[in-house]
Design a protein around this ligand. Structure first.
Ligand code: COA
Length: 160
């Protein structure tokens, strides 16, 4: 069935009972996926975690941390079979709404320099490249991979 014929996706809090579905996505989306412990630690720390669901299926999710006057995106993932349908844009819009609600002035994130899909997504949403963190991520072999640090200022006039 075409995705356009399906019900609209809705947001739900990402909580422990959803972790089996989330970890199944995570394992297929990344060479170095987050573990159950990463997610449980994030939830225990009170980080913001939302998922996009449709008919009981998890389409994607994000996890973000609040800092002083800023928000930090830690994880955004769309299930491989649902990519390319605009779900990441929907998740990023929810991230931005939450960041505004907690009075963040900007959103930070790191992304692998090789992740051109994600970089294109972020740049299309107004994120700017600010720095490169050398050898930030594990690689497939012994060599590590650099992270691009990006940030997006949030417009004061958009704050609730
Ligand atoms: C990166 C990711 C979140 C994008 O999710 P998605 O739902 O496919 O993205 P969307 O359909 O919302 O597309 C949003 C934008 O992403 C970019 N994009 C999406 N698919 C792309 C592709 N195949 N090639 C290049 N850019 C692409 C485009 O800029 C697109 O905007 P456009 O449709 O106006 O061209 C998804 O590919 C993913 O989960 N990847 C694995 C996990 C990951 O890398 N997360 C980011 C870690 S920092």
């Amino acid at each position: 069935m075409a995705e356009s014929a399906l019900a609209d996706p809705t947001f739900a809090p990402l909580l422990a009972p959803a972790l089996d579905s989330v970890l199944h996505i995570e394992a297929r989306a990344y060479d170095h996926p987050w573990t159950r412990t990463h997610f449980l630690d994030a939830l225990a720390s009170g980080y913001e975690a939302q998922m996009l669901v449709r008919d009981g299926a998890v389409l994607g999710y994000f996890v973000a941390m609040q800092g002083v006057g800023e928000a930090h995106l830690l994880n955004i993932t769309v299930a491989p079979e649902h990519q390319g349908q605009g779900h990441a844009r929907t998740l990023m819009a929810a991230l931005k709404r939450w960041a505004m609600q907690v009075a963040a002035q900007r959103i930070w994130l790191e992304v692998r320099v090789s992740n051109t899909r994600a970089i294109r997504l972020y740049e299309g949403l107004g994120f700017e490249r600010v720095n490169v963190r050398k050898d930030y991520y594990p690689g497939l072999g012994p060599a590590r991979e650099d992270a691009l640090v990006m940030y997006c200022p949030l417009d004061e006039s958009e704050h609730p």
